[in-house]
Unconditional design. Sequence first.
Length: 346
Amino acid sequence: MTDTAKDRSRPETRRGPSMADVAKLAGVSSQTVSRVSNERRNVDEATRERVLAAMRRLGYKPNRAARALRTGRFRSIGVITFTLSTYGNMRTLDAITAAAAEEDLTVTVIRIPDPTTGTVSGAYRRLSEQAVDGVVIIFEAHLLDQADITLPDDQPVVVVDSNAGDAYAVVDTDQELGARQATEHLLGLGHPTVWHIAGPEDSFSAHHRVTAWAETLRARGITSPLAMRGDWSTDSGYRIGRELAARPEVSAVFAANDQMALGALQALHEAGRDVPGEVSVVGFDDMPESKAFWPPLTTVHQDFAEVGRRCIEKLVHAIETKEHETGRALVPTRLIVRESTARYAG
């Protein structure tokens, strides 16, 4: 067999579109395509869009590994969380991944079932080994405020919903504002006091909500009733709701999340306590299902999308500038008034 015949017998190798192909189609130089691929800012918007359109048309995908070697950035972030069972954590994670996608960032999630010093540090180390540019940590519990919990300072870190003190950048819903809005709403309807179904004692969010509830009552000269602790579940709200339903003096209840409010509603219904005729109920979260409760639930709306956007914004800024940002950014809440609350009937 001749060499020519051998060459003809070899399968043809199809190469993917090159940077030069993109440059030709977009009518720009290869250097301009490189700048767009590496997300440099020295390209005007019209040219950038033309290059991106050419990339999409040709199916050109920049080599992330090669770009990482050139820029030192992997376009990837990590998320550490210790539970995905709560509504707030799931919505927060969803918002972070959506905001990351807008920035063309990939996300690696590590769940820690038992958050301790070793497991937190271990999770952080595993993420570092997977070549991430920064980390978001979602912890409800009082953990990062403990003296022996420290994280390496060679990567940007943003913390959600935890008492991280001044060591890290923190993004959170304004928990105290939401609790004040709920409590003031019920007092504004003429109720002599407000009973509170609180979240777990080790929860940072629950701590701020119960504190703001008690302080709001105190500012009106009202001694707060004993907060009744639940665990965020509908079952715990039902259990506490049965206790509250047996107290004829209870006319207003603020539950620290919508799921516990739902349990309380069921207990009040079973006890023959009319809602809102006898007892008004307010939740916290504004779950999509809360408007389908019976009656539809008055609740505090959390803007999880904004929390996720700010997390990624802070992380990207820290990655790009190499600045170690600290301080707390609070996302405002708003009260959604529905049919589960009414004026005090006396």
